[in-house]
Design a protein around this ligand. Structure first.
Ligand code: COA
Length: 157
């Protein structure tokens, strides 16, 4: 997989990867627009990485963004990662985090948070493998298909 910093023209592909998970009960309830992706890229304290195959097909993306814009949280960030459904389980997510996690450190972030729907065992396992530890569970914080769902908060310090 070829990994590089995202450019504005990647925004529709990034949104498409994210939106592929709409309706999967434990993942995405509301889609993301290309404009939201561009806004994230334009945040000087954020970084979006994309991974492509040799034909230029987007396989996935990962991002780090400030946890809060308030000064007291300057060293804290939130991470996110989504692989195209056709490209999960092939090592691409790990390849992206192998670049993203050192990038986050270079940006000055010493504390990373991952928010994961509790039913998403695969992502929880993936984050554990990448040094994230359980902080706790926010019970019933989300809503999907008319049901309240739990969010697992993990941190890497
Ligand atoms: C979670 C996700 C990013 C992982 O990326 P991936 O490319 O599928 O994972 P990799 O193939 O790089 O796997 C790396 C390691 O993570 C763990 N892992 C990944 N997916 C897993 C799963 N479904 N179940 C258990 N462990 C998993 C394994 O330990 C794996 O290492 P191993 O193969 O040596 O055992 C990807 O599956 C994905 O995008 N899933 C759907 C969207 C999503 O859940 N995003 C995160 C929202 S919080």
């Amino acid at each position: 997989m070829i990994i590089r910093q995202a450019r504005e023209e990647d925004a529709p592909d990034i949104a498409a990867v994210f939106n592929a998970y709409i309706g999967k009960s434990h993942m995405v309830t509301v889609g993301r627009s290309p404009k939201e992706c561009v806004d994230l890229m334009q945040n000087k304290r954020a970084q979006v990485l994309v991974g492509h195959d040799f034909r230029g097909w987007m396989m996935g993306y990962a991002s780090v963004k400030p946890y809060s814009e308030r000064g007291g949280y300057a060293g804290a960030a939130e991470v996110s990662i989504f692989m195209d459904p056709q490209h999960t389980g092939k090592g691409g997510g790990q390849d992206l985090y192998d670049v993203l996690l050192p990038t986050a450190l270079r940006l000055g972030y010493h504390h990373l948070t991952a928010k994961i729907w509790t039913a998403n065992d695969g992502s929880i396992r993936f984050h554990e493998r990448n040094g994230f530890k359980l902080v706790g569970i926010q019970h019933g914080i989300g809503m999907s298909g008319g049901r309240r769902i739990d969010m697992t908060i993990m941190e890497r310090v």
